[in-house]
Design a protein around this ligand. Structure first.
Ligand code: AR6
Length: 178
């Protein structure tokens, strides 16, 4: 079966999916960008949940991910993934970004979730070049979905048109149905 991948131009906090992914930082204590938007929309319960995870696990290394409740969001859960900070490309940034996507997919599957929405992890404050990040995201997710039954459907939620165009082009190249 062909992997089901869609590109959405919009705000990830409004997505009616099982899981949305947060581009978090190692502290899990919130921040700007999509992290700030998710915490604002989810309400204080999300920060409380993150504090508990933080107490149990400490800081989250780049490439890693944890799952929490979603508070007031329409999604059922939030997966907080830490992407790499771009340092020029010679510090395993690509591998770390791939790991972040893979760990999110694995966590969603382990919790039985069928639909998941990703933001363009690391392409804001963390400075990862958008085209390279989109290529990693599409390749990692497409390859995963061809091998595993869960999640069944992935949405790349792009906040800006540049990212949306990049993802659309990559998926078209891969022969996906958009
Ligand atoms: N919905 C979807 N995408 C969004 C939204 C939204 N509501 N808001 C922003 N984006 P960033 P990073 C896009 O900076 O680069 C935080 O402070 C944005 O346009 O949110 O991984 C954390 O606490 C960009 O394409 O995350 C960390 O400290 C993408 O989301 C740090 O930023 C990621 O941008 C993480 O940096």
């Amino acid at each position: 079966m062909k992997p089901q991948i869609d590109v959405v131009l919009g705000d990830i906090t409004t997505q009616h999916v099982d899981v949305i992914v947060n581009a978090a930082n190692p502290s899990l204590m919130g921040g700007g960008g999509v992290d700030g938007a998710i915490h604002r929309a989810a309400g204080p319960q999300l920060l409380e949940a993150c504090k508990i995870v933080r107490q149990q696990q400490g800081e989250l290394a780049p490439g890693h991910a944890v799952i929490t409740i979603a508070g007031d969001l329409p999604a059922k859960a939030v997966i907080h993934a830490v992407g790499p900070i771009w340092e020029g490309g010679e510090h395993h940034e690509a591998r770390s970004l791939e790991d972040a996507y893979l760990n999110c997919l694995r966590l969603a599957a382990a919790n039985g979730y069928k639909t998941i929405a990703f933001p363009a992890i690391s392409t804001g404050v963390y400075g990862f070049p958008k085209a390279a990040a989109a290529a990693i995201a599409v390749a990692t997710v497409s390859d995963y979905l061809t091998r595993k039954p869960l999640p069944e459907r992935v949405y790349f939620v792009c906040y800006d048109e540049e990212n949306a165009r990049l993802y659309q082009r990559l998926l078209t190249q891969r022969g996906q149905e958009l």
